[in-house]
Design a protein around this ligand. Structure first.
Ligand code: AQP
Length: 332
């Protein structure tokens, strides 16, 4: 069976988008024998993080993942910065990837915004580090949200060029696993923008640790349009905010847009938002409670992560040492 790898940045409190687009799928994939889950703190510092906030968010992310059902005993859960192989392989990939490839990455354009000259060099080469994360483990299946598809295509370009340049079949193609009915959850303030944990507006997202009152307020304030909900999915065309709320409802209920609209079509947003709030609170409350329980034992949490890092390094170190030998480093 091919190995599964995925990561998440501790760049804030994980959102409903992270949950529906990634974490929930990771939990389902754990029936497979060999999964590696990584809290990617090296990626997080591509935008400045206050050190004490980063430490807090990193523990919180690990606690949330376990609260959602990530199993650090049967699989591996660890912090990216604790395994040096990621940064070592990323440097080699910086020398394989072409500037032209990186220039096409839409996430860089979105995140750098208008002030491109002021973005960190790390943000620009982020996809090379992501390729290293995966290939340091010879992982071939990567569950991600739809927004990461382009980065995985670039990872495959790097793998192919490495194999070609050194005349060796070392890296295998990577397959994105884009799963579930909500591969892209959008902002509550703008239905054309992805919901992000680092969005400056807290009102744009549902955080996995929001309490019931906060969730109710955010959903009540979520942007909508004046029309009632349509009775069929075709009626969501051109209505991104309505489509997003219906999509969230469908994903949490494990159904599709059509079924949600059969039940709620024709209603105004007021009653629909109340039902949606109840559903979100019902699904997230147990996660928030379990996260709090795990955070109350930071020593236990850190020891789980250290153990995960040792097991991850035992896989990655020999692979990266072999890459270094292939490129011609004398001591490898
Ligand atoms: N809105 C989303 N809908 C569906 N999936 C999403 N993911 C993120 N946002 C959504 C998926 O979550 C996984 C982890 O993402 P990440 O933390 O590594 O980076 P990201 O994609 O940049 O996530 P954020 O929340 O937007 O973080 P910031 O704000 O720090 O950039 C990925 O699989 C991603 O697809």
């Amino acid at each position: 069976m091919s190995r599964i790898f995925s990561g998440i940045q501790p760049s804030g409190i994980p959102t409903l988008g992270n949950y529906l687009g990634a974490i929930r799928n990771w939990v389902a994939l754990q029936q497979e024998p060999d999964c590696i889950w990584c809290v990617v703190d090296l990626h997080a510092i591509t935008a400045f993080q206050d050190p004490s906030v980063l430490r807090q968010n990193t523990r919180e992310m690990a606690a949330v993942l376990m609260a959602c059902g990530i199993d650090p005993d049967r699989h591996i859960l660890f912090l990216q910065s604790a395994v040096r192989a990621h940064a070592q392989l990323a440097w080699i990939f910086n020398c394989i990837a072409r500037l032209g490839w990186l220039n096409r990455m839409t996430q860089f354009k979105d995140k750098a915004g208008k002030d491109r000259e002021n973005a960190s060099a790390g943000l620009y080469v982020y996809p090379n580090l992501m390729a290293a994360d995966i290939m340091a483990y010879h992982a071939t299946r990567v569950p991600v949200g739809d927004d990461q598809r382009q980065h995985l295509e670039l990872a495959n370009d790097i793998a192919q060029k490495f194999n070609h340049d050194y005349g060796i079949e070392f890296f295998k193609p990577i397959e994105p696993l884009i799963l579930g009915p909500a591969p892209r959850v959008m902002s509550l303030r703008d239905g054309t923008k992805k919901m992000s944990k680092s969005d400056p507006s807290d009102q744009s997202r549902i955080n996995l640790n929001d309490d019931a009152d906060t969730i109710a307020l955010k959903i009540r304030r979520a942007k909508t349009d004046p029309e009632p909900l349509p009775s069929e999915p075709a009626g969501l065309e051109g209505r991104p905010e309505a489509r997003n709320l219906v999509g969230i409802y469908a994903a949490l209920e494990g159904t599709d847009h059509a079924a949600v609209l059969r039940e709620h079509g024709g209603k105004g947003f007021g009653p629909f938002k109340e039902s949606l709030t109840d559903l979100i609170v019902d699904r997230l409350a147990p996660i928030a409670a379990e996260t709090a329980r795990r955070l109350a034992d930071p020593g236990g949490l850190d020891s789980t992560l250290r153990n995960g890092a040792a097991r991850a390094a035992a896989i990655a170190d020999p692979i990266v040492t072999e890459v270094e030998r292939v490129v011609g480093f004398l001591q490898s």
